[in-house]
Design a binder for this molecule. Structure first.
Ligand code: DQA
Length: 143
């Protein structure tokens, strides 16, 4: 299965950014774990990070024909980007939303996800495990 992984804004700061919340692992280390797990599952990944709403939409558009599933951490865009939501819906992507932290237990503005309604599932609060579980979930929908 071809799985597109998108990391949203500020996730390039992983390892440095509020490690008590987001952990000490860098984005490169997280991506290495994702690639290793995908290889174990026999899946193919394309991984991107973007700090821009339009950049994420362009990545979704450019990879939509290739991607059989999307694993996306929209980061802060989760809470207000109707544009990303519309792109996922409009492109017909089978999307899984992931978060390192449990957004349902954080500040009120983080408890809302405008992306969730266009996703098949949401995994949050597990750190890197949220992403790894999303890859497992992709395999389950691919069969
Ligand atoms: C996040 C949660 C968002 O609220 C925040 O803006 C992020 C990261 C997470 O993975 O827990 O940047 O998506």
């Amino acid at each position: 299965m071809n799985i597109l992984v998108i990391h949203g804004p500020n996730l390039q700061l992983l390892g440095k950014r509020q490690p008590e919340l987001y952990g000490k692992e860098t984005l490169a280390q997280l991506n290495a774990r994702l690639k290793k797990h995908a290889a174990y599952l026999g899946q193919t990944l394309r991984i991107f990070q973007s700090n821009c709403e339009g950049g994420i939409i362009d990545l979704l558009t450019a990879n939509a024909a290739w991607a059989e599933a999307l694993v996306i951490n929209p980061a802060a865009y989760t809470h207000y980007s109707y544009a990303i939501r519309d792109a996922i819906e409009g492109l017909g992507l089978q999307a899984i939303e992931v978060h390192l932290t449990d957004i349902s237990k954080r500040e009120p503005f983080r408890r809302v996800s405008v992306i969730k309604p266009v996703c098949l599932a949401q995994f949050a609060g597990g750190g890197a495990l949220s992403y790894l579980t999303a890859l497992d979930y992709c395999v389950s929908i691919g069969n």
